[in-house]
Structure formats: C-alpha cells, structure tokens
Write a protein that binds this ligand. Structure first.
Ligand SMILES: [Zn+2]
Length: 69
C-alpha cells in the first residue's frame, strides 16, 4: 500500500482523534494509535477506521489481526 505521509496525517484515530503510526512497509499492515493502544487493520489496501474493528495492540503483537468478538 502506498500510504503517503499526507494521507497518514489526515487519518486520525476515530476514538481519540489522535495521530496514527504506520505499521509495516508503507503502512500495509495497519495503523496504530499509541494513545489507545489499538491497531486499525489495513484490509485490501483500505484502512479500517472503525472502533469496533480495532485490534488491541497486545493482541496485534501476538499475531492477532482481527478484533475480538
Ligand atoms: Zn486513539
């Protein structure tokens, strides 16, 4: 995914409206919110910016890529 820096600056955490950090090369894995300790996954090159789809950062680091149901 070619997520440029400008786009990354526009995108904000839907929960706290804070800045996001890109994960992976060119943010192809996900966008993390350090304040909320969650990751918004990128699926089919589209960032899923939904609070209910956010994966807890601890789960993400264990390889979990889906929000717990
Ligand atoms: Zn946040």
């Amino acid at each position: 995914m070619n997520m440029n820096k400008e786009l990354l600056e526009i995108l904000a955490c839907p929960r706290c409206h804070g800045a996001l950090e890109a994960l992976g090369d060119n943010a192809d894995e996900g966008l993390s919110c350090p304040a909320c300790a969650v990751v918004y996954p990128v699926r089919d090159d589209i960032p899923v910016m939904l609070v209910e789809e956010a994966v807890p950062l601890a789960d993400w680091q264990r390889g979990q890529r889906q929000a717990a149901r």
